[in-house]
Design a protein around this ligand. Structure first.
Ligand code: GH3
Ligand code: MG
Ligand code: MG
Length: 360
């Protein structure tokens, strides 16, 4: 169960689908499944075809005999296999669909396996894919070079097929663990939202996308008002529940393509792609109003409020950098705080000019 499942806050739980096709309580599950290519039903269960769930293994070897041998001998493994006989096509294929494991020959006429290994490990997109080297080169110097370049394993030809299968399974386990680790490194433990590192990646992506395709984009920075008082008066567990509750509210109120993140402490960031500044201010203000209505189990007499700074543009915002967007959203947040809290201050980065107006 998601950590959010522990929140004891009084608001109606809706499991039915809303108008924009989102599950009120399953938006995170839906997003995770979408990113994994699955479909989530109303119970939050992801369904995928059985072939889709099998990890992809890419075999790169110039010998057709090796392809024939391995596709016959590995056919009972729970994998999908694709094959290349040209080393030079490896990088393109790996970027198109990243495999779980690569089986890589060293001695190939068009591109040397060491060269491929070096290129794979030099690229952030491919450097975590485990590579098992398959080679007729049995000298320890070649093995050392392969391991130094980042190979996970080294199997000499002719193969002991039982051993190769066992090594392949070990590499698949490694791939699975690396993926789990990468996923968790981006998730905030208290709320289940993306953390600051996740925000940084997604925000840079979304600013670049908006620029490239001249699409609307908005950002909100949200901060809980007088949050320290909640901790001081009711204790840290009550404070944690408020943080979890606000996270849940952001997830519930935003659309499926929005990206809510925990920015740090009691601050949140909400990336709103395809959303202009007016709508962003409206969505954020709706969250502000919704939060004010929440009755908290540990302190029903004391509602919690938020302040927010939003900034957005209706088309591409040209040369405004991700950091400049963020600075403006921050300025707006502090204007909201100075203006008495429990409010949203917005800036429209006007198309064409993209001047960053000073708030407050
Ligand atoms: P303002 O309205 O100006 O934002 O005031 P504030 O009290 O909300 O802000 P301030 O920065 O003074 O206090 C934030 C507090 O949030 C201080 C910190 O101890 C607490 N905090 C940060 N992270 C967590 C957390 O994960 N759990 C809990 N319970 N408290 C946290
Ligand atoms: Mg605060
Ligand atoms: Mg703060």
């Amino acid at each position: 169960m998601n950590l959010l499942g522990c929140v004891r806050v009084f608001w109606p739980i809706r499991l039915m689908k809303t108008d924009d096709g989102k599950y009120a309580d399953g938006s995170r599950a839906e997003r995770i499944a979408a990113s994994m290519g699955g479909v989530v039903d109303s119970e939050g269960i992801r369904t995928v075809s059985s072939n889709e769930t099998k990890p992809l293994v890419l075999l790169v070897d110039d010998s057709i005999d090796v392809h024939r041998l391995l596709s016959a001998r590995l056919r009972h493994e729970q994998i999908r296999m694709t094959s290349l006989t040209k080393g030079s096509e490896t990088l393109e294929a790996v970027k198109k669909e990243p495999p779980a494991v690569i089986l890589l020959d060293l001695d190939m006429p068009d591109m040397d396996g060491f060269e491929i290994l070096r290129a794979l490990k030099d690229d952030a997109l491919t450097n975590n894919v485990p590579v098992i080297v398959l080679s007729g080169l049995t000298g320890s110097e070649d093995k050392v070079t392969a391991f130094d370049l980042g190979a996970t394993d080294y199997v000499t030809k002719p193969f002991d097929l039982a051993e190769l299968r066992a090594r392949l399974r070990a590499a698949l386990r490694l791939d699975h663990l690396l993926k789990l680790l990468a996923e968790r490194a981006d998730v905030d433990g208290l709320t289940g939202l993306g953390n600051r590192a996740h925000f940084n990646k997604r925000w840079a992506e979304k600013v670049a996308e908006s620029k490239r395709y001249s699409q609307p984009l908005s950002l909100a920075i949200v901060d809980i008002d007088f949050f320290k008082r909640v901790n001081d008066t009711y204790g840290h567990p009550a404070g944690d529940e408020v943080i979890q509750g606000v996270a849940r509210l952001l997830q519930r109120e935003c659309r499926s393509h929005d990206v809510p993140c925990r920015f740090g402490g009691e601050e949140f960031a909400l990336i709103m792609p395809h959303t202009g500044p007016k709508d962003a201010a409206m969505v954020t203000d709706r969250m502000r109003q919704a939060l004010a209505q929440v009755v908290w189990q540990r302190h029903p007499e004391n509602p919690v409020n938020l302040s927010a700074g939003t900034v957005g543009c209706d088309a591409s915002c040209g040369e405004v950098t991700p950091e400049e967007w963020l600075e403006q959203a921050d300025r707006n947040l502090y204007a909201a705080k100075r203006g008495g809290r429990n409010k949203v201050v917005s800036t429209d980065l006007a198309p064409g000019t993209c001047q960053l107006a000073k708030a407050g």
